[in-house]
Design a protein around this ligand. Structure first.
Ligand code: ADP
Ligand code: ZN
Length: 756
C-alpha cells in the first residue's frame, strides 16, 4: 500500500485498485484494493475508510488505478465507503488540486480543508448535543475589603485568581470557559464552591441565536441599486465583478437581489462574510429572503450540526450557504454565484496549511463551476483594484448612501497640538471629541469609539532604568490587564503578576504606558457617569455568543457608548450612531509590514462608515499624530481611489515592489535553538537563490534571511525569507518544488497577509 499512485481511469468499477489521499502532510496518494461490494461507491471524490498502520482513517479517492506499479506488494483493502454519493464533487476535488498546487500544500491537507472536521471522523459524528451548560456563580459578588480577601485566599492564590476572574466577568461564567479557554484549575473552582464563595448552576445551553432569526422583507431597491443589479446581471458570468459601494450604500441588498435571481433559476449560492459573529445583521437579512433554504455555517455549530448542514447542502435540500472563509468549500449544488462581502478583510486568509485566501479560492471555484463571482467592499484591497484596472474584474460603483444621506464629515484631530481635556491626564482625549460625545449622549444618540489595542495599558515601564517586562517566550512587551489583574502576552497567553517594583533596578514605582481598551472604558465610566458603556474586544468575547449579546444590546438601545478594537469596525448598521471617534488612529500605522498603511486606511474608513446611517446624521473624529499620512487623509475623505493613488507608487519601482506589483511568498523558519534556526533560514535562502538562477531564469527575487519582526513567538525563534516574482507561474514552481522537499520547521505562505 505504499506506492505512489499515478492517475488512472475515471470510474471506480473498471479498476480493482484506487488511489486514496489521506489527510496527512505527505505529498502522495496511497493505493488500496477495492472490494467488489464497494466498487460502485469508490469513485473519485468519495470518502473511504482505510487501514493505516493499526488505525482506520478516512481518505478521499482521487482516481481508479487499473494497473499496479510493479514494485508494490502488501496492498490493503478499503474497509468501507460510507456515502451513497461522493463527498467531493469533481469541481471541489479539482479545487483541492488547485489549492495544493498554488499554495504548495500536500493534497491531503488541501482536501482536509475542504471537508469539515466531523466528516474526517471514522466514528459517526454525534448529533446536536442537547446538554446543559454549567455555570460558576459567585455567591456574593465583591467581598467587603481587600483585607478580608487577603485573609481568605492567603494560602490559595489560584482560587483567588478564579474568584477575581469570575468577578471581572460579571459574577458568573461557564465552567468550560474558565477551564478550557482561561486554563484555570478545576480544583480551584471546586475549592471556591466548598468554601461557599460560589455555586454551580445548570443552565440550558443557549440555542443557536441564528436559528429562526430573520428580518422583515427587504425594501425595494433604489434606482442606483437597480442599475447595478441590472449591470451585473448583464455582465458575462465568467467576468468577476467588484461592487465598490461606499459604507451605507446598501451593498447587502444588491447581493440579495442577485442571489434571488440565482436561486429562482434553480441554482445555489454562497455568501462569504469575514466573521459571522460580527455580522448577525447580514445573516438575518439573508434569512429574511431565503428562509429555510439557508445554511448558516458558523463556529458555534456542534460537530453534529455542522455535519447536518453539510449534508443538507450536499443533497440540495439547502441552496444557499452563508459563512466565514471555509464556507467557500460548502457543497452547494449547481452553484450559481459566490459573493465575498468585505473582500479586503484579512480574516479571509487561512492561518494554517493550506493557507488559502478564500477570495482567491472563490475565484477559482466560480470559474470551475461556471458561477458568478462578486467581490464587495467600500475599501477594496489593492489586489482587487489592480485586477479591475487590468480589465480582469468589472467594477460597479455605488457612490452614494441610501436615501440621499451624506457620508459623515470626518475631522482629523492632530494630537500633538489639539486642546485636550485636562481630566483625561494620560488619555489622548481632545476637547472636540469630548464635546461631540457629550452632545450625542445628551440627545440620547449612540457613540462608537475605536481603539485597536486591548488590555489596560500597552506595557509597564520602570521610570528609573526604562526596563519593560517582556514575554519570556515571545519577543514582545507584556500587556497590562486589569480585569483580572495581570501582565499578559497577546501572542502566547503567558501571564505573570503586575510588578510593584522594578525587577531589574528595584525602583519602587512602575509606570503604565500606552492606552488599551480597558483603561479607555474606565476613563469613559468616570467622565460620562450616566452613560451605559459596552466594550467589545477579544477579552470580552471569549464565550460562545458574547459578540451577539453585545451587538444585540447596542441594537436595542441598551448601550450608549460601544467601544472596542477592530471588531466594531465591520459592517455594523446602527442608525442611532451619530458620533464615531477613532481614539488613536496610529496604533497600526508603523508596524513593519508593507500593508500597515492599507490596514489603517481600511480600519479608519470602515469605522467612520458606521456613523450617520440614520436620520440624525453623524460626525467622525480621527485622533492622530500623523494627520498628513495619506492613509488617514484618504480615510477621512472616504476615498479608496485617493488611497490607491498615493499607495500604489510606494509599492512599485523605484521603491521595492510589493503586491499588487509583484507576487510574494514568505518562508518562515522556526525552532527552539536560535543558531539552528538562523542557519536553516540561510540554507532555505541559498536553495531559493540556486533555484532562481538554475531553473527560473533569475525571475525570482530572494530577500533575506532576516529575523521576523516578531523574532520570538511562543518559545520559538523565527526567521524569514521573502521571495518575489512578477509572474505567478514562477512562484508556483517554487512552492511546488519546496513541497517536494517539505521541511517541518519551514512554513510556506503564498500571498501572505502579514509579514510580522
Ligand atoms: P453597506 O453594506 O453598503 O454598508 P447596508 O447593506 O448595511 O450597507 O445598508 C445600509 C442601510 O441601508 C441598511 O439599514 C439597509 O437596510 C438600508 N437600505 C439599503 N438599501 C435600501 C433601500 N433600497 N431602501 C431603504 N433602505 C435601504
Ligand atoms: Zn508570549
Amino acid at each position: 500500500m505504499t506506492a505512489p499512485a499515478g492517475r488512472g481511469g475515471a470510474g471506480g468499477a473498471e479498476g480493482r485498485y484506487a488511489a486514496v489521499v489521506l489527510p496527512v502532510p505527505v505529498n502522495r496518494s496511497y493505493i488500496y484494493e477495492v472490494p467488489d461490494a464497494l466498487a460502485e461507491r469508490v469513485v473519485p471524490g468519495a470518502r473511504v475508510v482505510v487501514p493505516l498502520r493499526r488505525r482506520s482513517i478516512i481518505g478521499i479517492v482521487t482516481a481508479a488505478v487499473s494497473q499496479l506499479p510493479s514494485a508494490v506488494d502488501n496492498i490493503k483493502r478499503i474497509s468501507a465507503a460510507p456515502d451513497d454519493q461522493p463527498a467531493l464533487s469533481p469541481a471541489l476535488l479539482e479545487l483541492g488540486r488547485w489549492l495544493s498546487d498554488y499554495y504548495g500544500a500536500p493534497l491531503g491537507l488541501a482536501l482536509r480543508a475542504i471537508l469539515p472536521g466531523p466528516l474526517w471522523s471514522v466514528a459517526r459524528p454525534a448529533g446536536p448535543a442537547p446538554g446543559a451548560e454549567r455555570l460558576l456563580v459567585l455567591t456574593r459578588n465583591g467581598m467587603d475589603s481587600l483585607l478580608e480577601r487577603e485573609r481568605r485566599f492567603k494560602r490559595a492564590p489560584q482560587r483567588r485568581a478564579v474568584y477575581e476572574t469570575v468577578e471581572a466577568l460579571g459574577g458568573s461564567a461557564p465552567v468550560s470557559h474558565l477551564v478550557k479557554q482561561l486554563r484555570l484549575s478545576r480544583n480551584s473552582l471546586e475549592g471556591l464552591v466548598r468554601q461557599g464563595l460560589a455555586r454551580i448552576e445548570h443552565v440550558p445551553e443557549m440555542r443557536d441565536p441564528f436559528a429562526g432569526m430573520s428580518s422583515p422583507p427587504p425594501p425595494t431597491l433604489t434606482e442606483d441599486q437597480r442599475n447595478v443589479v441590472a449591470g451585473i446581471e448583464s455582465t458575462p458570468v465568467s467576468m468577476p465583478v467588484l461592487l465598490n459601494g461606499v459604507t451605507g450604500s446598501g451593498k447587502t441588498l444588491v447581493y440579495l437581489e442577485i442571489l434571488r435571481g440565482v436561486v429562482a433559476s434553480g441554482r445555489g449560492a454562497i455568501l462569504l462574510v469575514p466573521e459571522i459573529a460580527l455580522t448577525p445583521q447580514t445573516v438575518a437579512r439573508v434569512r429574511g429572503v431565503f428562509g429555510d433554504h439557508v445554511a448558516v455555517l458558523h463556529s458555534g455549530l456542534s460537530d453534529g450540526e455542522r455535519a447536518d448542514a453539510w449534508r443538507a447542502l450536499r443533497r440540495g435540500e439547502r441552496r444557499v450557504a452563508v459563512g466565514p472563509r471555509s464556507a467557500v468549500f460548502a457543497p452547494v449544488q449547481r452553484l450559481g454565484a459566490i459573493v465575498v462581502d468585505e473582500e479586503h478583510e484579512p480574516s479571509y486568509k487561512q492561518g494554517s496549511v493550506p493557507r488559502y485566501h478564500a477570495r482567491d479560492a472563490a475565484a477559482v471555484r466560480a470559474q470551475l463551476e461556471g458561477a458568478r463571482l462578486i467581490l464587495g467592499s467600500a475599501t477594496p484591497s489593492l489586489e482587487t483594484l489592480d485586477q479591475a484596472a487590468q480589465g480582469r474584474v468589472s467594477t460597479f460603483a455605488l457612490p452614494d448612501r441610501v436615501g440621499a444621506r451624506p457620508l459623515p464629515p470626518v475631522e482629523i484631530i492632530d494630537l500633538r497640538s489639539a486642546p485636550r481635556v485636562e481630566a483625561a491626564a494620560t488619555i489622548p482625549w481632545s476637547e472636540a471629541l469630548d464635546s461631540a460625545v457629550a452632545g450625542a449622549l445628551e440627545r440620547q444618540e449612540q457613540v462608537i469609539l475605536l481603539l485597536n489595542r486591548r488590555g489596560f495599558a500597552t506595557f509597564v515601564q520602570c521610570p528609573a532604568c526604562g526596563n519593560v517586562p517582556g514575554c519570556p517566550q515571545c519577543a514582545i512587551a507584556l500587556t497590562v490587564h486589569q480585569t483580572p489583574p495581570a501582565l499578559r502576552c497577546h501572542y502566547c497567553g503567558h501571564e505573570e503578576p503586575i510588578p510593584a517594583t522594578c525587577v531589574v533596578c528595584g525602583h519602587l514605582t512602575q509606570r503604565l504606558r500606552g492606552l488599551g481598551t480597558q483603561q479607555l472604558e474606565h476613563f469613559l465610566g468616570e467622565r460620562f457617569g450616566r452613560a451605559r458603556i459596552a466594550r467589545m474586544d477579544l477579552d470580552t468575547t471569549t464565550s460562545k455568543w458574547a459578540h451577539h449579546h453585545i451587538l444585540e444590546r447596542v441594537a436595542s438601545g441598551a448601550v450608549d457608548i460601544l467601544l472596542g478594537t477592530q471588531m466594531i469596525a465591520k459592517g455594523l448598521d446602527f442608525p442611532n450612531v451619530t458620533v464615531v471617534g477613532v481614539v488613536d488612529a496610529d496604533t497600526g500605522l508603523h508596524f513593519p509590514d508593507f500593508r500597515a498603511g492599507e490596514r489603517t486606511f481600511q480600519l479608519v474608513a470602515q469605522v467612520a462608515g458606521r456613523a450617520g446611517r440614520g436620520p440624525h446624521g453623524g460626525r467622525v473624529f480621527v485622533q492622530t499624530r500623523a494627520p498628513d499620512h495619506h492613509a488617514i487623509r484618504a480615510a477621512a475623505a472616504h476615498s479608496v481611489a485617493q488611497f490607491a493613488a498615493a499607495e500604489l507608487p510606494l509599492r512599485s519601482p523605484p521603491n521595492p515592489p510589493y503586491p499588487p506589483h509583484t507576487g510574494l511568498v514568505r518562508f518562515v523558519v522556526s525552532g527552539t535553538d536560535h543558531a539552528w534556526t538562523a542557519d536553516l533560514a540561510e540554507r532555505v535562502a541559498a536553495w531559493l537563490r540556486r533555484a532562481s538562477s538554475a531553473r527560473l531564469d533569475g525571475l525570482l527575487t530572494v530577500l533575506g534571511p532576516a529575523p521576523c519582526p516578531l523574532m520570538r513567538l511562543k518559545g520559538k525563534w523565527r526567521w524569514h525569507v521573502l521571495t518575489k516574482a512578477v509572474e505567478p507561474r514562477v512562484l508556483g514552481r517554487v512552492v511546488r518544488a519546496w513541497r517536494a522537499k517539505s521541511h517541518r520547521a519551514v512554513m510556506v505562505d503564498r500571498d501572505p497577509v502579514s509579514l510580522l
